[in-house]
Design a binder for this molecule. Structure first.
Ligand code: PSV
Ligand code: MN
Length: 427
């Protein structure tokens, strides 16, 4: 299934009068604050978020998995799905592959298919958290940290293979997320495990192509329940710093202990130029992988506020972070969920662009927390949905992506094409 230009045009024409009215009001409102809504819409239209190839089917939990029907059964179908998302939203211009789940049989053909849909390949992700069929040595007791050097070498070689696959597709970065850790006190020597992980990462980094970056993810628990080798952003930043200039930390919103101040982590990492990428999702309890912004939209806004500040005050030369949605879909249609997540990311970004940085600095320098709160919440509480609509118009996407998705009956058409029983590879 493909969304055609006439689908978008017809839909937008039907909604245009209402949109013009809403956007006109917002333009007026923002104009009073000295802001140009059209210019902001252009900025927001530039924000592109990668979709991971593992998020297009039903994820399930360890208790069960419920099929949604029409799930993409091949890499080509996954690319097709990201193409649908991009056509509807204009904001999903990249795809992030997980190897070995999505090894392309014909890299040139896959690259051509993606670029015809306006997609590029973002970071490639390695997987040493599962054993694959035919794999010589097991990762049950770790991969890059393993006590046995043969296991470490196998895991390093896997990462190098992921880089080679990514090169064939035009990717420029690899994300390493490790499940390595211990579930019981005393299970392994924490210091030796960290040292071995550093040695392995340095080995991978030494083979990184000159124009590539390496992102190191962290997570405090799960699947190891006593200690993860890379539990937090400080450890990930330390490892990245020891690897070199093109190694960075990657923040996944679901990878923090409750109440961690994630925006502060962002501020500190950007101060050192070490924030490489971002995985968006939302959660109430742990790594819940829920729709972005469905639980803590204010936290997301505060994070974007630091991101915008960091990019505007980029003394350490932090590269533009790689944005990706890292979610799992258990009860919602994955494509609907991803449309909502994409919207939430852009909304938080747009809200952050509204923050009056000069006034906020003045309030901070004058020790005026009440005024600082007014400034932040004034931005957060402005309804910017018409601005997002305008951004989509600029890129030829739909004014109401979810509305159009439903009115076209996309899921039913996918079920018609692919069947009810298809299962997407992934988490
Ligand atoms: C597991 O927590 C995880 O969600 C990590 O965040 C990775 O980015 C992703 O899986 C795929 O490896
Ligand atoms: Mn992640």
């Amino acid at each position: 299934m493909k969304i055609e230009a006439h689908h978008i045009q017809g839909h937008n024409a039907r909604m245009m009068e209402r949109h013009r009215e809403d956007f006109g009001f917002l333009q007026h409102q923002l104009g009073r604050r000295g802001l140009d809504a059209a210019e902001l819409a252009g900025q927001v239209a530039g924000l592109q978020v990668a979709i991971p190839s593992w998020a297009l089917g039903a994820g399930g939990t360890r208790f069960g998995r419920f099929s949604i029907g029409g799930e993409p059964g091949s890499l080509e179908q996954k690319i097709e799905d990201v193409g649908l998302l991009h056509a509807l939203t204009g904001s999903a211009g990249a795809i992030s592959l997980h190897i070995p789940w999505d090894i392309p049989a014909d890299a040139a053909a896959v690259k051509a298919q993606a670029s015809a849909l306006g997609l590029r390949f973002d970071a490639v992700n390695s997987n040493t958290f599962q054993d694959q069929r035919g794999q010589a040595l097991s990762y049950k007791f770790g991969s890059l940290c393993h006590a046995d050097s043969a296991v470490r070498e196998q895991a390093v070689e896997h990462n190098l293979e992921v880089i080679r696959i990514g090169q064939a597709l035009g990717s420029k970065s690899i994300t390493v997320w490790l499940a390595d850790g211990a579930s019981f006190p005393g299970q392994h020597n924490m210091r030796r495990a960290l040292q071995r992980t550093l040695d392995s990462l340095q080995h991978i980094y030494s083979q990184l192509p000159g124009d590539w970056k390496m992102y190191i993810e962290y997570k405090p628990c799960e699947p190891s329940f006593y200690s993860m080798v890379i539990p937090d952003w400080g450890t990930s930043c330390l490892l990245a710093s020891e690897c070199g200039d093109r190694a960075y930390s990657l923040v996944d919103l679901g990878h923090h202990l409750p109440n961690t101040n994630i925006e502060q982590a962002v501020a500190t990492l950007m101060m050192r130029g070490k924030l490489g990428g971002f995985h968006f999702n939302d959660s109430k309890y742990g790594d819940d992988d829920l729709t972005v912004g469905c639980i803590k939209p204010y936290q997301l806004f505060l994070i974007f506020n630091e991101l915008v500040y960091g990019m505007n005050n980029n003394t350490a030369g932090n590269p533009p972070p790689a944005w990706m949605i890292d979610a799992s879909h258990n009860v919602k249609d994955p494509l609907e969920d991803l449309i909502q997540s994409l919207e939430a990311v852009r909304l938080a970004y747009a809200q952050a662009l509204l923050v009056d940085a000069a006034a906020l600095e003045e309030a901070q320098e004058n020790n005026d927390p009440a005024r600082a709160q007014e400034i932040l919440q004034d931005a957060f509480r402005t309804d910017l949905r018409p601005l997002l609509g305008e951004a989509r118009l600029l890129s030829g996407a739909a004014l109401n992506p979810l509305g159009l998705y439903r009115s076209l009956g996309v899921r039913n058409r996918l079920i018609g094409e692919r069947g009810r029983a298809t299962v997407a590879t992934g988490l």
